[in-house]
Design a protein around this ligand. Structure first.
Ligand SMILES: [Fe+2]
Ligand SMILES: [Fe+2]
Length: 508
Protein backbone atom coordinates (compact mmCIF):
# COMPACT_ATOMS: atom_id res chain seq x y z
CA UNK A 1 0.00 0.00 0.00
CA UNK A 2 2.94 2.32 0.42
CA UNK A 3 4.10 2.00 -3.17
CA UNK A 4 2.20 5.02 -4.59
CA UNK A 5 3.57 7.23 -1.84
CA UNK A 6 7.09 5.96 -2.35
CA UNK A 7 6.84 6.41 -6.09
CA UNK A 8 6.29 10.13 -5.84
CA UNK A 9 9.18 10.56 -3.42
CA UNK A 10 12.40 11.91 -4.83
CA UNK A 11 15.02 9.29 -5.32
CA UNK A 12 17.09 9.07 -2.18
CA UNK A 13 20.22 9.64 -4.21
CA UNK A 14 20.06 13.27 -5.26
CA UNK A 15 17.37 14.20 -2.75
CA UNK A 16 16.85 17.97 -2.55
CA UNK A 17 18.54 19.71 0.36
CA UNK A 18 16.54 21.05 3.30
CA UNK A 19 16.03 24.78 2.82
CA UNK A 20 14.17 27.75 4.34
CA UNK A 21 14.98 26.53 7.86
CA UNK A 22 13.35 28.37 10.77
CA UNK A 23 12.25 27.74 14.36
CA UNK A 24 9.16 28.73 16.33
CA UNK A 25 8.26 28.62 19.99
CA UNK A 26 5.42 26.42 21.15
CA UNK A 27 2.83 27.79 23.57
CA UNK A 28 5.35 27.35 26.40
CA UNK A 29 8.62 28.89 25.24
CA UNK A 30 10.48 27.34 28.15
CA UNK A 31 9.74 23.81 26.97
CA UNK A 32 8.50 23.74 23.36
CA UNK A 33 10.06 24.42 19.97
CA UNK A 34 9.03 23.61 16.42
CA UNK A 35 11.59 23.39 13.62
CA UNK A 36 10.34 23.91 10.06
CA UNK A 37 11.88 23.70 6.63
CA UNK A 38 11.02 23.16 2.98
CA UNK A 39 12.33 21.03 0.15
CA UNK A 40 12.06 21.33 -3.62
CA UNK A 41 10.34 17.94 -3.87
CA UNK A 42 8.79 15.40 -1.53
CA UNK A 43 11.43 13.65 0.55
CA UNK A 44 11.69 10.43 2.51
CA UNK A 45 12.35 10.19 6.21
CA UNK A 46 12.26 13.88 7.15
CA UNK A 47 13.43 14.20 10.74
CA UNK A 48 15.03 16.35 13.37
CA UNK A 49 17.92 15.53 15.64
CA UNK A 50 18.47 17.75 18.66
CA UNK A 51 20.16 17.94 22.01
CA UNK A 52 21.62 20.33 24.52
CA UNK A 53 24.33 22.44 22.91
CA UNK A 54 26.81 21.07 25.45
CA UNK A 55 25.86 17.46 24.64
CA UNK A 56 25.10 15.31 21.61
CA UNK A 57 22.10 15.24 19.27
CA UNK A 58 20.43 12.51 21.30
CA UNK A 59 16.82 13.31 20.46
CA UNK A 60 15.38 12.27 17.10
CA UNK A 61 11.80 13.00 16.06
CA UNK A 62 10.06 12.55 12.71
CA UNK A 63 8.82 15.60 10.86
CA UNK A 64 5.30 16.04 9.56
CA UNK A 65 4.97 16.83 5.86
CA UNK A 66 2.52 19.56 4.91
CA UNK A 67 1.94 20.43 1.25
CA UNK A 68 0.02 23.03 -0.67
CA UNK A 69 -0.39 23.84 -4.34
CA UNK A 70 -0.21 27.52 -5.18
CA UNK A 71 -3.37 28.62 -6.95
CA UNK A 72 -1.64 31.16 -9.18
CA UNK A 73 1.25 29.10 -10.54
CA UNK A 74 0.19 25.53 -9.79
CA UNK A 75 3.50 24.85 -8.06
CA UNK A 76 3.53 22.37 -5.19
CA UNK A 77 5.31 23.37 -2.00
CA UNK A 78 6.60 20.73 0.41
CA UNK A 79 7.18 21.78 4.01
CA UNK A 80 8.34 19.78 7.02
CA UNK A 81 7.72 20.42 10.70
CA UNK A 82 9.14 18.71 13.76
CA UNK A 83 8.09 19.56 17.30
CA UNK A 84 10.00 19.21 20.53
CA UNK A 85 8.43 19.26 23.98
CA UNK A 86 9.71 18.77 27.51
CA UNK A 87 12.85 20.86 26.93
CA UNK A 88 14.82 22.46 29.72
CA UNK A 89 14.15 26.15 30.34
CA UNK A 90 16.71 28.82 29.49
CA UNK A 91 18.92 26.28 27.77
CA UNK A 92 20.88 26.34 24.52
CA UNK A 93 20.14 23.50 22.11
CA UNK A 94 21.71 22.40 18.85
CA UNK A 95 19.87 20.55 16.12
CA UNK A 96 20.00 19.42 12.52
CA UNK A 97 17.27 18.64 10.03
CA UNK A 98 17.70 15.92 7.47
CA UNK A 99 15.99 13.41 5.24
CA UNK A 100 17.12 10.36 3.33
CA UNK A 101 19.84 11.16 0.85
CA UNK A 102 20.46 14.76 1.93
CA UNK A 103 23.16 16.34 4.03
CA UNK A 104 21.88 17.54 7.42
CA UNK A 105 21.44 21.29 7.86
CA UNK A 106 22.26 22.55 11.36
CA UNK A 107 20.78 25.18 13.62
CA UNK A 108 20.52 26.22 17.26
CA UNK A 109 17.93 27.71 19.58
CA UNK A 110 17.54 28.76 23.18
CA UNK A 111 14.46 28.02 25.25
CA UNK A 112 12.78 30.77 27.24
CA UNK A 113 13.30 31.31 30.95
CA UNK A 114 10.83 30.04 33.53
CA UNK A 115 8.81 32.65 35.37
CA UNK A 116 10.66 35.76 36.52
CA UNK A 117 14.01 34.00 36.78
CA UNK A 118 15.84 35.99 34.14
CA UNK A 119 15.57 39.01 31.87
CA UNK A 120 15.56 38.69 28.11
CA UNK A 121 15.35 40.67 24.90
CA UNK A 122 13.03 40.41 21.96
CA UNK A 123 12.82 42.46 18.78
CA UNK A 124 10.06 43.39 16.34
CA UNK A 125 9.24 44.89 12.98
CA UNK A 126 6.65 44.47 10.24
CA UNK A 127 6.45 44.87 6.49
CA UNK A 128 9.76 43.36 5.54
CA UNK A 129 9.55 42.00 1.98
CA UNK A 130 12.65 40.46 0.36
CA UNK A 131 16.09 41.81 -0.62
CA UNK A 132 15.94 41.45 -4.41
CA UNK A 133 13.17 41.17 -7.00
CA UNK A 134 11.86 37.78 -8.05
CA UNK A 135 9.74 37.02 -11.12
CA UNK A 136 8.72 40.23 -12.84
CA UNK A 137 9.72 42.25 -9.80
CA UNK A 138 6.19 43.25 -8.80
CA UNK A 139 6.83 42.90 -5.06
CA UNK A 140 8.30 45.67 -2.87
CA UNK A 141 11.84 44.28 -2.61
CA UNK A 142 14.60 46.41 -1.10
CA UNK A 143 18.16 45.90 0.20
CA UNK A 144 17.06 46.91 3.69
CA UNK A 145 15.02 43.70 3.88
CA UNK A 146 18.38 41.95 4.17
CA UNK A 147 20.22 44.54 6.24
CA UNK A 148 17.57 44.44 8.96
CA UNK A 149 18.11 40.70 9.49
CA UNK A 150 21.72 41.29 10.46
CA UNK A 151 20.79 44.33 12.56
CA UNK A 152 18.28 42.27 14.53
CA UNK A 153 20.64 39.35 14.87
CA UNK A 154 23.43 41.57 16.18
CA UNK A 155 21.28 42.24 19.26
CA UNK A 156 20.97 38.50 19.91
CA UNK A 157 17.27 38.56 20.84
CA UNK A 158 15.66 35.48 22.36
CA UNK A 159 12.93 35.81 19.71
CA UNK A 160 11.63 38.20 17.09
CA UNK A 161 8.08 39.31 16.28
CA UNK A 162 7.19 39.87 12.61
CA UNK A 163 4.15 42.13 12.56
CA UNK A 164 2.60 41.06 9.27
CA UNK A 165 3.22 41.74 5.58
CA UNK A 166 6.07 39.26 5.65
CA UNK A 167 6.98 39.10 1.97
CA UNK A 168 4.02 40.48 -0.03
CA UNK A 169 3.56 37.21 -1.88
CA UNK A 170 0.02 38.19 -2.91
CA UNK A 171 1.10 40.99 -5.25
CA UNK A 172 3.66 39.07 -7.28
CA UNK A 173 3.64 36.78 -10.30
CA UNK A 174 6.00 34.46 -8.38
CA UNK A 175 4.51 33.90 -4.91
CA UNK A 176 6.28 30.61 -4.22
CA UNK A 177 9.65 32.08 -5.16
CA UNK A 178 8.83 35.13 -3.01
CA UNK A 179 8.15 32.98 0.05
CA UNK A 180 11.34 31.03 -0.63
CA UNK A 181 13.32 34.26 -0.87
CA UNK A 182 11.80 35.45 2.41
CA UNK A 183 12.87 32.37 4.32
CA UNK A 184 16.22 32.15 2.55
CA UNK A 185 16.94 35.74 3.59
CA UNK A 186 15.77 35.35 7.19
CA UNK A 187 17.10 31.88 7.83
CA UNK A 188 20.51 33.06 8.99
CA UNK A 189 18.69 34.45 12.02
CA UNK A 190 15.45 32.42 12.10
CA UNK A 191 17.19 29.06 12.32
CA UNK A 192 18.77 30.26 15.59
CA UNK A 193 15.85 32.12 17.22
CA UNK A 194 12.10 32.04 16.65
CA UNK A 195 10.72 34.59 14.23
CA UNK A 196 7.09 34.55 15.36
CA UNK A 197 4.73 36.07 12.77
CA UNK A 198 1.35 37.74 12.62
CA UNK A 199 -0.56 37.40 9.36
CA UNK A 200 -0.95 40.68 7.47
CA UNK A 201 -3.08 41.68 4.52
CA UNK A 202 -0.31 40.75 2.09
CA UNK A 203 -0.31 37.15 3.36
CA UNK A 204 -3.86 36.95 1.96
CA UNK A 205 -3.28 35.18 -1.38
CA UNK A 206 -6.76 34.81 -2.87
CA UNK A 207 -7.31 31.23 -4.02
CA UNK A 208 -4.90 29.70 -1.50
CA UNK A 209 -7.41 28.38 1.00
CA UNK A 210 -10.71 30.00 2.06
CA UNK A 211 -9.08 33.17 3.44
CA UNK A 212 -5.97 33.12 1.25
CA UNK A 213 -3.70 32.15 4.18
CA UNK A 214 -2.89 28.60 3.10
CA UNK A 215 0.75 29.37 2.26
CA UNK A 216 1.23 31.15 5.61
CA UNK A 217 -0.50 28.35 7.50
CA UNK A 218 1.44 25.62 5.73
CA UNK A 219 4.86 27.19 6.05
CA UNK A 220 4.72 27.92 9.78
CA UNK A 221 4.20 25.59 12.72
CA UNK A 222 2.59 27.88 15.28
CA UNK A 223 1.00 27.19 18.66
CA UNK A 224 -2.44 25.63 18.41
CA UNK A 225 -5.41 27.95 18.86
CA UNK A 226 -7.97 25.15 19.11
CA UNK A 227 -9.54 25.82 15.72
CA UNK A 228 -8.40 23.52 12.94
CA UNK A 229 -9.54 25.79 10.13
CA UNK A 230 -7.78 28.87 11.41
CA UNK A 231 -4.65 27.29 12.82
CA UNK A 232 -1.82 29.81 12.88
CA UNK A 233 -4.03 32.81 12.15
CA UNK A 234 -4.02 33.63 15.84
CA UNK A 235 -2.06 32.05 18.67
CA UNK A 236 -0.43 32.65 22.04
CA UNK A 237 2.87 31.84 23.67
CA UNK A 238 4.39 32.61 27.05
CA UNK A 239 8.01 33.64 27.65
CA UNK A 240 8.84 34.14 31.32
CA UNK A 241 6.21 36.56 32.64
CA UNK A 242 5.30 37.82 29.14
CA UNK A 243 2.27 36.56 27.25
CA UNK A 244 2.44 37.25 23.51
CA UNK A 245 -0.83 37.16 21.56
CA UNK A 246 -0.54 37.16 17.78
CA UNK A 247 -3.82 38.11 16.17
CA UNK A 248 -5.12 38.56 12.63
CA UNK A 249 -6.71 41.95 12.09
CA UNK A 250 -8.03 41.16 8.61
CA UNK A 251 -10.82 39.45 10.54
CA UNK A 252 -12.04 42.82 11.85
CA UNK A 253 -10.60 45.50 9.56
CA UNK A 254 -12.86 47.52 7.29
CA UNK A 255 -10.09 48.18 4.76
CA UNK A 256 -9.87 45.94 1.69
CA UNK A 257 -6.18 45.23 2.14
CA UNK A 258 -5.76 41.86 0.49
CA UNK A 259 -6.86 42.67 -3.03
CA UNK A 260 -4.29 41.98 -5.75
CA UNK A 261 -4.75 43.25 -9.29
CA UNK A 262 -2.24 40.69 -10.48
CA UNK A 263 -4.03 37.72 -8.96
CA UNK A 264 -7.42 38.95 -10.16
CA UNK A 265 -6.07 39.26 -13.72
CA UNK A 266 -3.95 36.10 -13.84
CA UNK A 267 -5.30 33.51 -11.43
CA UNK A 268 -7.19 30.90 -13.46
CA UNK A 269 -10.94 31.16 -12.86
CA UNK A 270 -10.67 34.02 -10.36
CA UNK A 271 -14.08 35.52 -11.04
CA UNK A 272 -15.76 32.28 -12.09
CA UNK A 273 -14.73 30.73 -8.76
CA UNK A 274 -16.18 33.63 -6.83
CA UNK A 275 -12.85 34.52 -5.23
CA UNK A 276 -12.92 37.59 -3.02
CA UNK A 277 -9.98 38.80 -0.98
CA UNK A 278 -12.26 40.85 1.29
CA UNK A 279 -12.45 38.64 4.37
CA UNK A 280 -13.57 41.04 7.11
CA UNK A 281 -15.52 39.08 9.69
CA UNK A 282 -14.35 35.70 8.41
CA UNK A 283 -14.02 34.02 11.81
CA UNK A 284 -17.57 34.90 12.81
CA UNK A 285 -16.39 36.10 16.22
CA UNK A 286 -14.30 33.01 16.94
CA UNK A 287 -11.04 34.94 17.10
CA UNK A 288 -12.49 37.58 19.41
CA UNK A 289 -13.87 34.93 21.76
CA UNK A 290 -10.47 33.21 21.82
CA UNK A 291 -8.74 36.54 22.50
CA UNK A 292 -11.10 37.34 25.36
CA UNK A 293 -10.54 33.92 26.90
CA UNK A 294 -6.75 34.29 26.64
CA UNK A 295 -6.82 37.78 28.15
CA UNK A 296 -9.08 36.77 31.00
CA UNK A 297 -6.85 33.81 31.84
CA UNK A 298 -3.72 35.97 31.75
CA UNK A 299 -5.20 38.62 34.01
CA UNK A 300 -6.31 35.92 36.40
CA UNK A 301 -2.78 34.56 36.63
CA UNK A 302 -0.12 35.77 39.03
CA UNK A 303 2.51 34.48 36.60
CA UNK A 304 1.85 36.97 33.79
CA UNK A 305 3.08 40.53 34.25
CA UNK A 306 3.04 41.69 30.63
CA UNK A 307 0.59 41.14 27.80
CA UNK A 308 2.02 41.98 24.37
CA UNK A 309 -0.19 41.88 21.28
CA UNK A 310 1.46 41.36 17.88
CA UNK A 311 -0.82 42.33 15.00
CA UNK A 312 -0.63 44.01 11.60
CA UNK A 313 -3.07 46.86 10.90
CA UNK A 314 -3.16 49.66 13.45
CA UNK A 315 -5.67 51.28 15.81
CA UNK A 316 -3.99 54.70 15.54
CA UNK A 317 -1.79 56.37 12.94
CA UNK A 318 -0.93 59.96 12.09
CA UNK A 319 0.23 59.23 8.53
CA UNK A 320 -1.78 59.83 5.38
CA UNK A 321 -0.78 56.41 4.10
CA UNK A 322 -3.12 53.52 4.92
CA UNK A 323 -4.54 55.02 8.09
CA UNK A 324 -5.83 53.28 11.20
CA UNK A 325 -8.91 51.05 11.03
CA UNK A 326 -12.15 51.64 12.91
CA UNK A 327 -12.85 47.90 12.91
CA UNK A 328 -9.94 47.32 15.30
CA UNK A 329 -11.32 49.98 17.66
CA UNK A 330 -14.75 48.40 17.58
CA UNK A 331 -13.72 44.79 18.06
CA UNK A 332 -10.39 44.57 19.84
CA UNK A 333 -9.65 47.79 21.77
CA UNK A 334 -12.48 47.25 24.28
CA UNK A 335 -10.85 43.91 25.14
CA UNK A 336 -7.42 45.51 25.42
CA UNK A 337 -8.93 48.03 27.85
CA UNK A 338 -10.91 45.52 29.87
CA UNK A 339 -7.97 43.21 30.45
CA UNK A 340 -5.11 45.70 30.50
CA UNK A 341 -3.04 44.82 27.44
CA UNK A 342 0.32 46.52 28.03
CA UNK A 343 1.89 46.76 24.59
CA UNK A 344 0.79 46.43 20.98
CA UNK A 345 3.31 46.03 18.17
CA UNK A 346 2.01 46.47 14.63
CA UNK A 347 2.99 47.46 11.11
CA UNK A 348 0.96 48.16 7.95
CA UNK A 349 1.93 51.82 8.15
CA UNK A 350 5.50 51.87 6.84
CA UNK A 351 7.07 54.09 9.49
CA UNK A 352 7.73 54.26 13.25
CA UNK A 353 5.25 55.84 15.63
CA UNK A 354 4.22 55.18 19.22
CA UNK A 355 1.45 56.32 21.51
CA UNK A 356 0.97 57.34 25.10
CA UNK A 357 -0.90 54.78 27.20
CA UNK A 358 -4.49 54.87 25.92
CA UNK A 359 -7.68 53.64 27.53
CA UNK A 360 -11.27 54.38 26.61
CA UNK A 361 -12.13 57.08 24.08
CA UNK A 362 -12.07 60.86 23.88
CA UNK A 363 -15.33 62.18 25.37
CA UNK A 364 -18.15 61.84 22.88
CA UNK A 365 -15.92 60.57 20.08
CA UNK A 366 -18.03 58.92 17.38
CA UNK A 367 -14.76 57.69 15.83
CA UNK A 368 -13.83 55.92 19.08
CA UNK A 369 -10.59 57.91 19.17
CA UNK A 370 -8.48 56.38 21.96
CA UNK A 371 -7.88 58.64 24.95
CA UNK A 372 -4.32 59.13 26.28
CA UNK A 373 -4.11 58.66 30.05
CA UNK A 374 -0.62 60.03 30.74
CA UNK A 375 1.76 62.26 28.83
CA UNK A 376 5.35 61.44 29.67
CA UNK A 377 6.85 60.14 26.42
CA UNK A 378 9.83 58.51 28.11
CA UNK A 379 8.40 56.80 31.22
CA UNK A 380 5.04 55.09 31.07
CA UNK A 381 2.97 53.02 33.48
CA UNK A 382 0.84 50.63 31.46
CA UNK A 383 -1.64 50.37 34.28
CA UNK A 384 -2.76 53.69 32.77
CA UNK A 385 -3.46 52.11 29.40
CA UNK A 386 -2.07 50.30 26.37
CA UNK A 387 0.98 51.61 24.49
CA UNK A 388 0.71 51.04 20.75
CA UNK A 389 3.72 50.94 18.43
CA UNK A 390 3.82 51.08 14.64
CA UNK A 391 7.04 49.43 13.45
CA UNK A 392 6.38 49.11 9.74
CA UNK A 393 9.75 49.94 8.22
CA UNK A 394 11.00 46.37 8.16
CA UNK A 395 12.40 46.54 4.66
CA UNK A 396 9.75 47.00 1.97
CA UNK A 397 10.48 49.43 -0.88
CA UNK A 398 7.60 51.82 -0.12
CA UNK A 399 8.25 53.64 3.17
CA UNK A 400 5.56 56.04 4.30
CA UNK A 401 6.37 59.19 2.25
CA UNK A 402 7.55 62.21 4.23
CA UNK A 403 4.69 64.22 2.72
CA UNK A 404 2.25 61.85 4.45
CA UNK A 405 3.08 63.39 7.82
CA UNK A 406 1.01 66.50 7.38
CA UNK A 407 0.33 69.55 9.49
CA UNK A 408 -1.63 69.58 11.69
CA UNK A 409 -0.51 66.39 13.36
CA UNK A 410 -3.82 64.61 12.85
CA UNK A 411 -4.82 61.00 13.02
CA UNK A 412 -6.09 59.25 9.91
CA UNK A 413 -8.84 56.66 10.24
CA UNK A 414 -10.52 54.28 7.80
CA UNK A 415 -14.23 54.24 8.63
CA UNK A 416 -15.51 52.03 5.85
CA UNK A 417 -15.17 51.01 2.23
CA UNK A 418 -16.89 52.42 -0.83
CA UNK A 419 -17.30 51.21 -4.38
CA UNK A 420 -15.56 48.01 -5.41
CA UNK A 421 -16.09 44.32 -5.13
CA UNK A 422 -14.49 40.94 -5.69
CA UNK A 423 -12.98 42.02 -9.01
CA UNK A 424 -11.98 45.57 -8.07
CA UNK A 425 -10.44 46.83 -4.80
CA UNK A 426 -12.96 48.45 -2.52
CA UNK A 427 -11.97 52.05 -1.91
CA UNK A 428 -11.23 52.99 1.70
CA UNK A 429 -13.25 55.81 3.23
CA UNK A 430 -10.95 57.91 5.43
CA UNK A 431 -11.41 60.74 7.88
CA UNK A 432 -9.00 62.77 10.00
CA UNK A 433 -9.24 63.13 13.75
CA UNK A 434 -7.29 64.70 16.63
CA UNK A 435 -4.22 62.72 17.65
CA UNK A 436 -3.53 63.55 21.32
CA UNK A 437 -2.46 59.91 21.72
CA UNK A 438 0.65 60.35 19.53
CA UNK A 439 3.74 60.38 21.75
CA UNK A 440 6.49 60.18 19.14
CA UNK A 441 6.95 59.56 15.44
CA UNK A 442 10.05 59.30 13.29
CA UNK A 443 9.68 61.46 10.19
CA UNK A 444 13.10 60.77 8.75
CA UNK A 445 14.02 57.06 9.01
CA UNK A 446 12.40 54.96 6.30
CA UNK A 447 13.60 51.71 7.87
CA UNK A 448 13.80 50.39 11.40
CA UNK A 449 12.96 47.89 14.09
CA UNK A 450 12.55 47.91 17.85
CA UNK A 451 14.14 45.97 20.70
CA UNK A 452 12.48 45.19 24.02
CA UNK A 453 14.58 44.48 27.11
CA UNK A 454 12.43 42.78 29.72
CA UNK A 455 13.50 43.18 33.36
CA UNK A 456 11.20 40.71 35.14
CA UNK A 457 11.90 41.88 38.69
CA UNK A 458 13.56 45.09 39.83
CA UNK A 459 14.50 46.39 43.29
CA UNK A 460 11.43 48.02 44.78
CA UNK A 461 9.06 45.43 43.38
CA UNK A 462 8.69 46.66 39.82
CA UNK A 463 9.12 45.13 36.40
CA UNK A 464 10.00 47.05 33.26
CA UNK A 465 10.56 46.83 29.54
CA UNK A 466 13.08 49.22 27.98
CA UNK A 467 12.16 49.81 24.35
CA UNK A 468 14.58 51.13 21.75
CA UNK A 469 13.86 52.05 18.16
CA UNK A 470 16.67 51.60 15.67
CA UNK A 471 16.44 53.45 12.35
CA UNK A 472 18.36 53.34 9.08
CA UNK A 473 18.45 55.23 5.81
CA UNK A 474 17.41 53.60 2.56
CA UNK A 475 20.23 51.47 1.23
CA UNK A 476 22.11 51.62 4.53
CA UNK A 477 22.98 48.68 6.76
CA UNK A 478 23.73 51.07 9.62
CA UNK A 479 20.85 50.84 12.13
CA UNK A 480 21.23 53.40 14.93
CA UNK A 481 19.27 53.75 18.19
CA UNK A 482 17.08 56.83 17.75
CA UNK A 483 14.38 56.64 20.39
CA UNK A 484 14.04 54.97 23.76
CA UNK A 485 11.37 54.77 26.43
CA UNK A 486 10.52 52.62 29.43
CA UNK A 487 7.28 50.99 30.48
CA UNK A 488 7.29 50.04 34.16
CA UNK A 489 4.75 48.83 36.67
CA UNK A 490 4.62 46.95 39.96
CA UNK A 491 4.99 43.20 39.91
CA UNK A 492 1.74 41.37 40.38
CA UNK A 493 1.26 40.69 44.05
CA UNK A 494 3.96 43.20 45.07
CA UNK A 495 3.31 45.16 48.25
CA UNK A 496 4.30 48.23 46.18
CA UNK A 497 1.43 47.65 43.79
CA UNK A 498 -0.29 50.87 44.79
CA UNK A 499 2.66 53.12 43.93
CA UNK A 500 2.59 54.52 40.43
CA UNK A 501 5.62 53.39 38.52
CA UNK A 502 6.22 56.87 37.15
CA UNK A 503 6.55 58.34 40.63
CA UNK A 504 8.82 55.49 41.62
CA UNK A 505 11.05 56.17 38.64
CA UNK A 506 11.22 59.88 39.48
CA UNK A 507 12.22 59.11 43.05
CA UNK A 508 15.29 57.24 41.89
FE1 LIG B 1 2.98 46.68 4.42
FE1 LIG C 1 -0.26 45.85 5.38
Amino acid sequence: MQAPSLLRRAAVAGAPAPEQLHVQFGADAAAQIAVSWAAAAAVSGPRLRAGRADGGLGIEVPAQERVYADALTGETVWTYHARLDGLEADTAYAYEVLHDGAEPVPGTFRTGPRGRSKGFRFTSFGDQSIPAPVGRGLGPASPNAAYVVDAVDALDPLFHLVNGDLCYANVTDAPVATWAAFFANNMRSARHRPWMPAAGNHENEAGNGPQGYLAYQTRFELPDNGSGRFRGNWYAFTVGPVLVLSINNDDVCLQDGGFSDYRRAHLPGYERSGLDSYISGYSGGLQRAWLQQQLAAARGSDDIDWIVVCMHQVAMSSARFNGADLGIRQEFLPLFDAYGVDLVVAGHEHHFERTFPVRGILPGSALLTPAPRSFDPSQMDTRDGTVHMIIGGGGNSTPTPAASFGTPHDGVLITGVGAGGPARARRAVKITEPAPWSAYRDLTSPYGFASFDVAPAEPGGTTSITITHYGAAAGSADYCPLDQFVVRKPLRGSRCAGLAAGRLAQAR
